[in-house]
Design a protein around this ligand. Structure first.
Ligand code: ATP
Ligand code: MG
Length: 562
């Protein structure tokens, strides 16, 4: 598996696309650079789209050019206003220099229609009555040429009349299409009289019921590029075979500019699917809570999970722009998220699976405010005061009754440090009727205030804790990869590799009081547990936190388990 990444520390980014642009500017082929990001509004954006967004907007800003956000809204049967809104919110959030202007392929429907009539007038397009199935049979295969449709030699006037009647709504969906008249024997199947217009009687989010015929992607895309003055139309490799058609249309129509298409390899990532069709299936079948489920590789999922936009841009910036397909380790994206958070995130204490500790020699009713460092990697983050008292919560995992020698946390008779507080020694274990540990009894050493002993006595374990009297109750959601297989796309049924434990909900968590102040979009470190942000599902009474990322590589762990 190739890593498909580049070293970003070696000067300005160079790749075949940027080399091409340098050349085009140098030899006067173009005098400025205009790119576009052209999503179809039939789903939410995912991390693969982010690669295209960062490339297109990045190039525009590097070369002092411009990048358009343009909706490729040519198929109303699948498109929706919800997606149009979500895509804009995501592009804005990514903060790649989008100016907020929105374009739509549908703005050009009238012009595209005129150009279709232009092709008909030149004898380069015809109305075909073959059904979809018949057209497929006539198309031929990779090894065999296609056959001409019996309707291919219709006269210009008849074609014009039929095409106008298609527009007027006289025919049913699928009854007729408009096709380019190119070459049914072409080696490239895309040139075997491709469909330019089809009848779709569905209301369009923007043009309503003004149209019942819609241009295909191939007919709309290049011509819209030309209308917008796009110089470099960057798309993924699956469009390479469409380029001859892109060029044919540009050559045969009186378009105002001559855009050129260039293809780069799409982003693939381990443990992840990036196909809109499959992501739609996950949402529609309820395998996830929605497009913005924090486990989803969508931009909105990453945002909800607490991933900073800067981390997404940094990750994308490390990806090679090339023509060779590769798969990037999901762990690498995690690394790009974790590293800057480690420097920046405030440290807080939270207990996810609480076990009560009673410090028997601590005065009942006494509360001390202990000073705790906010971020050991950033002195300017200062300190905060955290309340401490006789009863505190500690992590259930931090106690073991019959502990092996190497267990440096709580166990009967062993002494540990409570972070920035005191040394405590476990003296007794309280159990319920079922034999489960319900409470620890401990004693503390008042001389160790702040977490250091005056006699140089050492302890190996330092635990986080939360004062029981002051704790905030919260729900915490932990996430693991959505797919167990490294390459879920390769599975016969991608759902067979769906990870049933990808979401763990903990509803009895205890947070230190300062965690009431976490703002939307802020990510804090829960000491020893990872990085967390608030989730919009939270209420004033029951905040909800998402784990953005753990402290260590979760994929390494997942592999070791599997
Ligand atoms: P599908 O998943 O069904 O193939 P799509 O992701 O291509 O659909 P579009 O809305 O057409 O959906 O994509 C918009 C742009 O994003 C296109 O230019 C496309 O090439 C690019 N893009 C899509 N997926 C990726 C990816 N994984 N890596 C890089 N670019 C991508
Ligand atoms: Mg596409």
């Amino acid at each position: 598996m190739s890593n498909d990444t580049i070293d970003t520390d070696n000067g300005p980014v160079r790749d075949f696309v940027r080399d091409q642009i340098h050349e085009d500017l140098a030899n006067g082929a173009v005098d400025s650079v205009v790119t576009r990001f052209p999503p179809e509004p039939n789903g939410y954006l995912h991390i693969g789209h982010a690669k295209s967004i960062c490339l297109n907007f990045g190039i525009a800003s590097e070369f002092g050019g411009h990048c358009n956000l343009r909706f490729d809204d040519t198929n109303p049967a699948k498109e929706d206003q919800e997606f149009i809104d979500a895509i804009q919110a995501d592009v804005k959030w990514l903060d790649v220099g989008w100016d907020g202007e929105v374009r739509y392929a549908s703005e050009n429907f009238e012009q595209l229609y005129d150009w279709a009539e232009h092709l008909i007038g030149k004898g380069k397009a015809y109305v075909d009555d073959l059904s979809a199935g018949e057209m497929r049979d006539y198309r031929g295969t990779l090894t065999e040429p296609g056959k001409n449709s019996p309707y291919r030699d219709r006269k210009v006037d008849e074609n014009l009349d039929l095409f106008r009647r298609m527009r007027a709504g006289e025919f049913e969906d699928g009854e007729r299409v408009l096709r380019a008249k190119i070459d049914m024997a072409a080696g490239n199947i895309n040139l075997r009289d491709p469909v330019l217009y089809r009848i779709v009687s569905a209301p369009h989010p923007r043009t309503g019921d003004a149209w019942c015929i819609y241009p295909t992607y191939d007919f709309a895309h290049g011509q819209t590029d030309a209308i917008e003055g796009i110089t470099h139309s960057l798309c993924t490799l699956e469009f390479e075979d469409h380029r001859p058609l892109y060029d044919w249309l540009i050559e045969n129509l009186p378009v105002p500019a001559q855009p050129r298409q260039y293809e780069f390899s799409r982003l693939n990532m381990t443990h992840t699917i990036l196909s809109k069709r499959l992501l739609t299936q996950l949402v529609e079948e309820g395998h996830v809570s929605g497009w913005d489920d924090p486990r989803m590789p969508t931009v909105s999922g990453l945002r909800r999970r607490g991933v900073p936009a800067s981390a997404v841009r940094d990750f994308i910036g490390r990806l090679a722009i090339s023509k060779s397909e590769g798969t990037v380790e999901a762990a690498m994206m995690e690394h790009c998220i974790r590293d800057p958070l480690n420097d920046r995130a405030l440290r807080r204490m939270a207990v996810l699976r609480p076990l009560k500790m009673v410090i028997e020699n601590y005065p009942d009713g006494q509360v001390e405010e202990l000073e705790v460092t906010n971020n050991p990697r950033d002195e300017t983050a200062g300190t905060r005061m955290v309340p401490f008292c006789r009863e505190i919560w500690v992590e259930r995992d931090d106690f073991m009754e019959d502990a092996p020698k190497k267990f440096f946390r709580l166990s009967p008779g062993r002494e540990v440090r409570l972070r920035s507080a005191y040394f405590v020694t476990c003296t007794d274990v309280i159990k319920n009727g079922a034999g489960e540990v319900t409470e620890l009894r401990c004693t503390y050493d008042p001389e160790t205030r702040g977490g250091a002993s005056p006699d140089g006595r050492k302890v190996k374990g330092t635990l986080h804790w939360v004062s029981a009297a002051h704790a905030i109750d919260a729900e915490v959601r932990l996430y693991s990869p959505l797919f167990q297989d490294e390459n879920p796309d390769a599975a016969e049924d991608f759902l067979s590799t769906f990870n049933p434990d990808s979401l763990e909900v903990l509803t009895d968590c205890k947070l230190e009081p300062m965690l009431a102040d976490v703002t939307d979009g802020q990510v804090v470190q829960f000491e020893r547990l990872g990085y967390f942000c608030t989730d919009p599902d939270g209420t004033a009474d029951m905040p909800v936190f998402n784990r953005t990322v753990g402290l260590r590589d979760s994929f390494a762990k997942a592999m070791a388990r599997g």
